[in-house]
Write a protein that binds this ligand. Structure first.
Ligand SMILES: Nc1ncnc2c1ncn2[C@@H]1O[C@H](COP(=O)(O)OP(=O)(O)OP(=O)(O)O)[C@@H](O)[C@H]1O
Length: 582
């Protein structure tokens, strides 16, 4: 089946496609029983549909034309019964079908979402979020529609076709030959059109991703757009993108119209030919009227499935484009691998960090660190200084294992980071940075984010320590007050204090303050720093800041200069640190 599907698509790389179909099958396999049950119901539904014209034939030829009123009553009753059963069956079918289809769709999306969670900031930095969104939403739905809906419709089409062909031949084998001429002609036409459908679908999906990317990028930046008085420019851009998308969508409609129009014209011609020949036989008295009507209905039933099977062929081309786009996400590999033999950290981690001969760069020819050695001593605060863009945040990313060094190693309490389970490592590190991530939900939910099981007392204590109590008292629902998505209702200083409260609740062994107090005034900063030093006195602290005042109390200073982490003397208060390196 998988091989057949891969062969049906006119792809450049059939092996890759086959692998994609195999991956897709892993989501369908757990639902085998439900699928078989639904196929059974479809068979029953098809049988009911096929029964109706036969009942009509009997009603006309055996009851109506033969003047048998009792049989007429029986046939009419049977037709009503079959109609009701058919309706109930189709309702049940649709319900179960939606359930199955939803389960497969959500499993697919969840799987991809979990995979994205393993990827590094470099992956997200290099992609438009709108494009990822469009793959997770539009493309995944397209695949699911094909995987479930189209395959079911294919099954009932095959059943309908076989049933209708059998009944057609039993009514008149000579007229049935018309269908045999029709099918190969339609298949040839569709083979010719498939490449055009595939190309046009890809263009259309890309334009749709452009549109999502635009919205994802501009909506959060609305304040900036308004401040720059560029609303009109952005509206024009949206207009242009929408026009381009619509243009490609219409082009696709035209391509699909021609793809389907020729087969349906051929079908109409065949039906007309059947009526001409069959009608002539009826006029000559060689055939009965009921048989001609039943034949024409079955012909419709046979050509309908042929067309939907051919439509399915077009749907495969469309789906293969979405599958390819989704597989691109799936094939993105995490930058860091999970340890094969993980070393579990003890419950109490000292927080002693050692960089040994560490080399790392985003590009091989532009290293950020080159054989750098350094120590962030356990329980002490260390300032990490250096000019903007030198790589301070990158050092932190290495510590959190978003990336691994290309050479050398980083140790936490003597254990190489690569050997520590990722979640354990990250649970021990709290980062309070310039950009505070807040989610839709209550203030309490946001503070509890990294420690969901914290008690109410611990939560209130953290709020107090982060000096949020007075502000919380002014909120309409206190800590249960919902804060808007991205925390847009909070000031910069409030956000940073929320982040500090969050870190307090997490009780980390290592606390990283990356420009954490840059948004508060100096008096508040002093207070926050005094509190942090008091509350996290036994915790290893790494402080990054361009403000001299933030760094006055630190125990040690490390300067990132010329890809080295150098001990910097405390007398150097210049936070760019370049002069201090001499
Ligand atoms: N994901 C990435 N992919 C490629 N290059 C990156 C990536 N992240 C950062 N860089 C580059 O690496 C260099 C170091 O960046 P980093 O953010 O670590 O500097 P920084 O010292 O923290 O800067 P600042 O003080 O301004 O915050 C910069 O030149 C930056 O452009």
């Amino acid at each position: 089946m998988v091989k057949w599907l891969a062969a049906a698509v006119d792809g450049k790389d059939p092996a890759k496609l086959e692998q994609a179909f195999r991956w897709l099958y892993t989501f369908i396999r757990p639902h085998r029983r439900a699928i078989i049950g639904l196929l059974g119901l479809s068979m029953l539904g098809s049988a009911f549909v096929l029964l109706q014209p036969w009942l009509t034939k009997m009603l006309i030829d055996d009851a109506l034309l033969a003047g048998d009123y009792n049989l007429l009553l029986v046939m009419a009753g049977a037709m009503i019964g079959v109609g009701i059963l058919s309706t109930i069956l189709s309702g049940v079918n649709r319900y179960l079908h939606t359930q199955l289809s939803g389960r497969i769709l959500f499993a697919l999306r969840e799987h991809l979402y979990c995979h994205l969670q393993t990827l590094s900031p470099r992956f997200f930095g290099g992609r438009r979020i709108g494009d990822i969104l469009s793959r997770l939403d539009g493309d995944v739905s397209q695949i699911q529609r094909f995987a479930v809906d189209s395959l079911f419709s294919a099954f009932s089409s095959v059943l309908g076709l076989v049933g209708a062909l059998v009944l057609l031949v039993s009514l008149s084998w000579q007229l049935s030959l018309l269908v045999l001429v029709l099918i190969p002609l339609e298949v040839l036409w569709l083979r010719w059109m498939r490449r055009k459908v595939e190309r046009q679908t890809r263009i259309m999906r890309e334009r749709s991703a452009d549109l999502s990317s635009f919205l994802v990028e501009t909506l959060p930046a609305m304040k900036f757009i308004q401040a720059s008085a560029q609303e009109k420019r952005e509206a024009n851009k949206l207009n242009g993108l929408s026009d381009r998308y619509l243009g490609e969508l219409l082009n696709l409609q035209v391509v699909e119209f021609f793809t389907q129009a020729i087969p349906s014209t051929l079908t109409s011609l065949t039906r007309a030919a059947a009526f001409l020949i069959g009608g002539y036989w009826v006029i000559q008295g060689q055939w009965q009227l009921g048989s001609l009507i039943a034949f024409s209905t079955y012909l419709g039933m046979a050509t309908g499935p042929v067309q939907s099977l051919l439509g399915l062929y077009v749907a495969i081309q469309r789906m293969s484009v979405s599958l390819d786009r989704v597989m691109e996400l799936r094939r993105a590999t995490p930058e860091v691998s999970l340890p094969e033999q993980p070393v579990t950290l003890p419950e109490h981690v000292q927080g002693d960090i050692v960089f040994e001969q560490v080399t790392f760069g985003y590009q091989a020819d532009r290293p950020i660190l080159s054989q750098a050695n350094a120590r962030f001593s356990a329980g002490r605060s260390t300032a990490l200084i250096g000019p903007s863009g030198v790589g301070k945040s990158t050092v932190i990313d290495l510590l959190l294992r978003y990336y691994d060094p290309s050479q050398g190693r980083i140790l936490l309490d003597g254990v190489e980071l690569r050997h520590i389970p990722l979640d354990q490592l990250r649970q021990h590190i709290a980062v309070v940075s310039q950009e505070v991530t807040l989610f839709r939900g209550s203030l309490a939910d946001n503070i509890r984010y990294a420690a969901p099981s914290a008690t109410q007392e611990q939560l209130l204590h953290a709020i107090e320590m982060a000096q949020l109590t007075d502000w919380v008292a002014t909120l309409p629902q206190g800590i249960e007050t919902p804060i808007g998505e991205r925390g847009s209702q909070l000031s910069g200083g409030q956000k940073q204090r929320v982040a500090i409260a969050r870190a307090l609740l997490q009780q980390p062994s290592i606390l990283i303050l990356d420009e954490a107090t840059s948004a508060v005034d100096e008096a508040t900063e002093r207070e926050v720093i005094t509190n942090v030093n008091r509350l996290f006195s036994g915790t290893t602290r790494i402080v990054i800041s361009h403000r001299a005042s933030t760094l006055v109390d630190v125990d040690e200073r490390l300067l990132l200069h010329e890809q080295q982490l150098l001990d910097d003397l405390p007398r150097h208060t210049d936070t760019t640190g370049v002069q201090g390196a001499s």
